[in-house]
Design a protein around this ligand. Structure first.
Ligand code: NAD
Length: 449
């Protein structure tokens, strides 16, 4: 998508001219009323949203927006919802996952006047009922959708085509939801502009590289109590997730091997000081196997048969496809649940393999995602909603768009004050020399960070 020069005028009042001020101690009245220590805790690492809220509050860029949302309902989401309300929106919310709702947060939101239909442990029927309650309401018609996974969008599209037609914009954050939107668009059935925030650069870096660099250790430590210094670890895949995992393990003193199919990533691994091997070459000696490829059957039953006693196996990549866990459900192997999310699979000779989270994503199953990462996502979502809601007719067609680079840069800039980071400003002469606007965007769309 080519971005026209006037694209940013809608959000431009909120785009950084000077550096955003960090002040989480003020302007928290809305949330404080929810009396939730947990929500207040989120504030400390979600200062960018609070900063956005303060900058835009006077102008209410979401006045008249009726946002129906379907995301994880956590303390961080509460901060996002409060922000959207402070910017003028009305919100109704359901959960995108039947297990992930923090009940106390849902209750606090309801107490603060936000219509929330969600609780931890919903049945499949409850799940759809909650979504329906958000959409099907006399006298209240949503005009914006904020979705995570595409279920809400799909429900409105299928059940309420007239509501769908009147939606001004959809903001989608997940790989799956974005995929569904592109499919709809390809089939000519997407009658609403949509923004794919999943692929915005800042969000991706935080989700994949920086989040995994922290949560791999969190997940491994919470489940195994193992000391990783001196341990031999093989990480399959040296993409963004793999790079994060390797950096963390190397810093603990682990001996890290990499497997890769791509010579560029393999060469990067060599330059970063890792040995690039085939899995078969090290499978008998390693203490830990971690998959991060996005692929399937990377660790097969044959690999599992050859692992040494007490080898830990886990997945940080794609849902549950990377390790062939199904192949371990055979009569000669015994499964022993030693603690939540930790199974010992025992071979007839007594060998045990320690399988974490049954091969599902280790960090999502066994650790928590840092609030700072969620702050990046939430700020990206809020800006995408403001842009789509305010865009003049014709700026966005019935298609799927990436978050404009300038806004991506703005999301990052809002987070810089947390680190007391001081950006250098281009001189007029330098800007001319590089052919850039002094206020960005600073990189072309094809730039790889
Ligand atoms: P990426 O494409 O940057 O990296 C994947 C790497 O795996 C690539 O370099 C690829 O060449 C390599 N690869 C593919 N098949 C392989 C194989 N058979 N053996 C060895 N290497 C192989 O992707 P990414 O951003 O690192 O994401 C990887 C996966 O992690 C994706 O499925 C993504 O959805 C998921 N992910 C997980 C989390 C999390 O929190 N755990 C966060 C973000 C993304």
């Amino acid at each position: 998508m080519e971005i026209s020069s006037e694209l940013f005028c809608v959000v431009s009042p909120y785009l950084s001219k000077s550096r955003p001020a960090l002040d989480v101690t003020k302007g928290t009245d809305n949330v404080a009323s929810a009396h939730l220590a947990q929500i207040l805790c989120s504030f400390t690492d979600m200062s960018a949203l609070i900063s956005l809220r303060k900058r835009a509050q006077g102008e209410k860029p979401l006045a008249g927006a009726k946002i129906v949302g379907c995301t994880h309902i956590t303390a961080q989401t509460a901060v996002l919802i409060e922000t959207l309300c402070a910017l003028g929106a009305q919100c109704r919310w359901s959960a995108c996952n039947i297990y992930s709702t923090q009940n106390e947060v849902a209750a606090a939101l309801a107490e603060a006047g936000v219509a929330v239909f969600a609780w931890k442990g919903e049945s499949e029927d409850d799940f759809w009922w909650c979504i329906d309650r958000c959409v099907n309401m006399d006298g209240w018609q949503a005009n914006m959708i904020l979705d995570d996974g595409g279920d809400l969008t799909h429900w409105v599209y299928k059940k309420y085509p007239n509501v769908f037609k009147k939606i001004r914009g959809i903001v989608e954050e997940s790989v799956t939801g974005v995929h569904r939107l592109y499919q709809l668009s390809k089939a000519g059935k997407l009658c609403v502009p949509a923004m794919n925030v999943n692929d915005s650069v800042t969000k991706q870096k935080f989700d994949n590289l920086y989040c995994c660099r922290e949560s791999i250790l969190d997940g491994l430590k919470r489940t195994t109590d193992v000391m990783f210094g001196g341990k031999q670890v093989v990480v399959c895949g040296y993409g963004e997730v793999g790079k994060g995992c390797c950096a963390a393990l190397k810093a603990l003193g682990a001996i890290v091997y990499i497997t890769e199919i791509d010579p560029i990533c393999a060469l990067q691994a060599c330059m970063d000081g890792f040995r690039v091997v085939k899995l078969n070459e090290v499978i008998r000696q390693v203490d830990v196997v971690i998959t991060c490829t996005g692929n399937k059957n990377v660790v097969t039953r044959e690999h599992l048969d050859r692992m040494k006693n007490s080898c830990i196996v886990c997945n940080m990549g794609h849902s549950n496809t990377e390790i062939d866990v199904t192949s371990l459900r055979t009569p000669e192997l015994t499964w022993e649940r030693v603690r939540s999310q930790v199974d010992h699979v025992i071979w007839p000779d007594g060998k045990r393999v320690v399988l974490l989270a049954e091969g599902r994503l280790l960090n999502l199953s066994c650790s928590t995602v840092p609030t700072f990462v969620l702050s990046i996502t939430a700020t990206t979502q809020a800006l995408a909603l403001i842009e789509l809601y305010n865009a003049p007719e014709g700026r966005y067609k019935q298609d799927v768009y990436l978050l404009p680079k300038k806004m991506d840069e703005y999301v990052a800039s809002l987070h810089l004050p947390s680190f007391d980071a001081h950006l250098t400003e281009l001189t007029d002469d330098q800007a001319k020399y590089l052919g850039l606007n002094k206020n960005g965007p600073f990189k072309p769309n094809y730039y790889r960070y």
